[in-house]
Design a protein around this ligand. Structure first.
Ligand SMILES: *Cc1c(COP(=O)(O)O)cnc(C)c1O
Length: 352
């Protein structure tokens, strides 16, 4: 089996091995030490300073999206949401459910986010800007400098879901004036699904003090306070914490840039081989996590099913109206150039 998906992805042998171990009790000094090391390395890898705080949730990434919004904003705020696909749409749903006022920049499939899309919202009473820096449903990587400039000049709180971009594309929380970063375990960290993360900077932490959060499990304040002693308010996914600790240490040993280059060169290799075939790539900027390919024969879903059933190769299908048109090929996790070759050989039989 080979996963060319975006999550879960192929796990490293080290991660699999740790997953087979029995779990210890976790309210201990030893476990707390591990958690503090995790906090240190996560903050280092997202490029933020020691005043920022991390909360580790046992939940999928959507919980971290919802937690970020309801801990930072309420009905007195006004958010601008970049909605270029199903993950942007998720932020829209969250704001609707929690009665948080918003406007959305809605992109049609294929449309690239440009600076003039944002300019019309300047000086319009917004308090926050929310985006998925890589909209995984289409593969578009949004222009962080344009978003970051807009957020700064309007003095907004800038919330970035970097779940499918972290460790595939560069990411600098402080340099880009990002106030809240959202991450999860099953994408580029190549861990099992089950952990997600919210990192607030000092500015977010002080705004959060004025928000009355109507949730027990997703009140991040409990997580930030407990994290001071390396703990979580509720039982964490203990096994994935051990896998995370190991993975972060391995990334630290080789250096994050080395790790990024690996993903980028795998994506580059795939795109180069693909250019020989009759598929079409969208014209917007892409994340190195994923190559979205448009199938001119409208056989995207059939390619997905057949590759799965005959060869145990899992490419990522698309939902809704894009299901026959768009395939998504993930480059995250334990994949090699040899794996790319196998997939390209197969894809070459599926186009004219
Ligand atoms: C995968 C992903 C999520 C999280 O989805 P879950 O299924 O809740 O883990 C959120 N945002 C983006 C951009 C993603 O790619």
């Amino acid at each position: 089996m080979k996963l060319f998906t975006v999550g879960p992805v192929m796990m490293d042998p080290e991660t699999l091995e740790i997953g087979a171990n029995p779990l210890p009790y976790f309210r201990t000094a030893e476990f707390s030490k591990l958690m503090c090391e995790i906090e240190y390395l996560m903050k280092k890898f997202v490029g933020t300073n020691e005043k920022s705080k991390i909360s580790i949730l046992t939940a999928s990434g959507t919980a971290a999206m919802e937690a970020s919004i309801i801990n930072l904003f309420n009905e007195k705020d006004k958010l601008l949401i970049v909605n270029g696909g199903s993950f942007g749409e998720r932020f829209v749903q969250i704001c609707q459910i929690h009665n948080i006022p918003f406007s959305e920049i809605k992109l049609n499939f294929g449309e690239e986010l440009k600076s003039d899309f944002l300019q019309q919202y300047d000086n319009d009473g917004f308090t926050g800007l929310v985006c998925n820096i890589h909209e995984t449903s289409t593969g578009q990587l949004y222009p962080i400098d344009i978003l970051s400039d807009f957020s700064r000049r309007n003095n907004l709180f800038f919330v970035v879901d970097a779940i499918s971009s972290f460790l595939a594309d560069e990411f600098y929380m402080d340099k880009w004036s990002i106030d809240a970063t959202i991450l999860s375990s099953q994408k580029s960290l190549a861990l099992p699904p089950g952990l997600s993360f919210v990192i607030f900077n000092e500015r977010s932490l002080s705004k959060q003090k004025n928000i009355k959060v109507k949730s027990l499990y997703l009140n991040l304040n409990h997580y930030f306070i407990d994290m001071l002693r390396g703990q979580t308010p509720f039982t964490p996914a203990v096994g994935i914490i051990f896998q995370l600790h190991d993975k972060l240490n391995r990334i630290d040993q080789s250096g994050i840039n080395y790790y990024l280059e690996q993903v980028q060169s795998l994506a580059g290799d795939f795109r180069c081989r693909l250019s020989e075939l009759n598929f079409i790539l969208p014209s917007y900027p892409l994340s190195s996590a994923l190559t979205p390919i448009i199938c001119p024969l409208n056989n995207a879903y059939d390619i997905f099913s057949e590759a799965k059933d005959l060869l145990s190769l899992f490419v990522t299908p698309s939902g809704g109206e894009l299901s026959s048109k768009l395939l998504r090929i993930g480059h995250l996790g334990n994949l090699t150039v040899e794996d790319n070759k196998i997939l390209i050989d197969y894809l070459s039989t599926k186009t004219k």
